[in-house]
Design a protein around this ligand. Structure first.
Ligand code: IPE
Ligand code: IPE
Ligand code: MG
Length: 243
């Protein structure tokens, strides 16, 4: 059954963000190395992007690698960078053909140089696409992002081009890497963990949170449908009493 698409309360979320967790456990259960889980995770990512486009979701943000994940064993980090490199080389043409616009948020100066070039090329190539905006968070940490926004505002104040009392939520949001992208309506985390792990802390202020036990490599279109149905049953109040 597909999520209901009629009526304001039951509308498909405009922006869905997913914390793709559980690759390591998926592999461990099968007696495989962690990288095998990450590879299957990349397959789940492709399926999810297509499913999101079919559902009419406009923005899909996927948490692929956190600023804290740099602290993992160097072998795993290298394998993840290799997988990212392969994914970008192999699938950008497909994203472009499907009218998907790709952008990346996070500290890209920490990524390998050739990966940075691949990302920049993909962003340029897909900039005019309009079916789905795929925003991938790589080397991303929400606290770093907010600190950078604060510094940028502070620099303007120091330069005399911004007054302290002109700083408000809208101006801060405008200095985040997600500027111009509506806040996520729905944040999904797989693998049963119930935390945000430094993901979109500012932007998810009023997101509905859905935690599913499915490990990311097993995530299917059906799981996305289920999460959206759950979202459609929530009553979003934004702090304003109703009824
Ligand atoms: C998510 O899977 C992918 C990344 C964080 C890169 P994990 O690698 O965190 O898998 P688990 O949580 O150990 O199962
Ligand atoms: C969050 O998952 C980051 C990504 C899914 C990319 P982690 O597996 O790194 O988070 P923790 O360590 O369980 O909080
Ligand atoms: Mg994990």
């Amino acid at each position: 059954m597909h999520p209901v698409e009629d009526g304001a309360e039951r509308s498909v979320p405009v922006h869905v963000a997913i914390i793709m967790d559980g690759n390591g456990r998926w592999a461990k259960r099968r007696g495989l190395p962690r990288i095998a889980g990450h590879r299957r995770g990349a397959d789940a990512l492709r399926v999810t992007v297509e499913a999101a486009a079919e559902l009419g979701i406009r923005h899909l943000t996927l948490f692929g690698f956190s600023s804290e994940n740099w602290g993992r064993p160097s072998g795993e980090v290298e394998e993840l960078m290799g997988l990212l490199r392969m994914y970008l080389r192999a699938h950008i043409a497909e994203l472009h053909a499907n009218n998907v616009r790709l952008t990346v948020i996070g500290a890209r100066d920490r990524l390998p140089g050739d990966v940075v070039d691949l990302i920049a090329g993909a962003e340029r190539q897909t900039a005019g696409n309009s079916r789905l905006h795929l925003q991938v968070a790589l080397s991303y940490g929400a606290r770093d992002e907010i600190v950078a926004a604060a510094r940028s505002l502070a620099a303007d104040v120091a330069a005399g081009t911004l007054a302290v009392d002109q700083i408000d939520a809208a101006r801060l949001a405008d200095r985040l890497q997600t500027r111009g992208v509506p806040d996520p309506d729905l944040v999904i985390r797989t693998s049963g963990e119930q935390r945000l792990s430094n993901f979109l802390l500012w932007q998810a202020a009023y997101a509905e949170l859905v935690f599913v036990d499915t490990l990311w490599p097993d995530f299917k279109k059906r799981d996305l449908d289920d999460a959206i149905r759950e979202y459609q049953q929530r009553e979003r109040r934004f702090g304003v009493a109703t009824g």
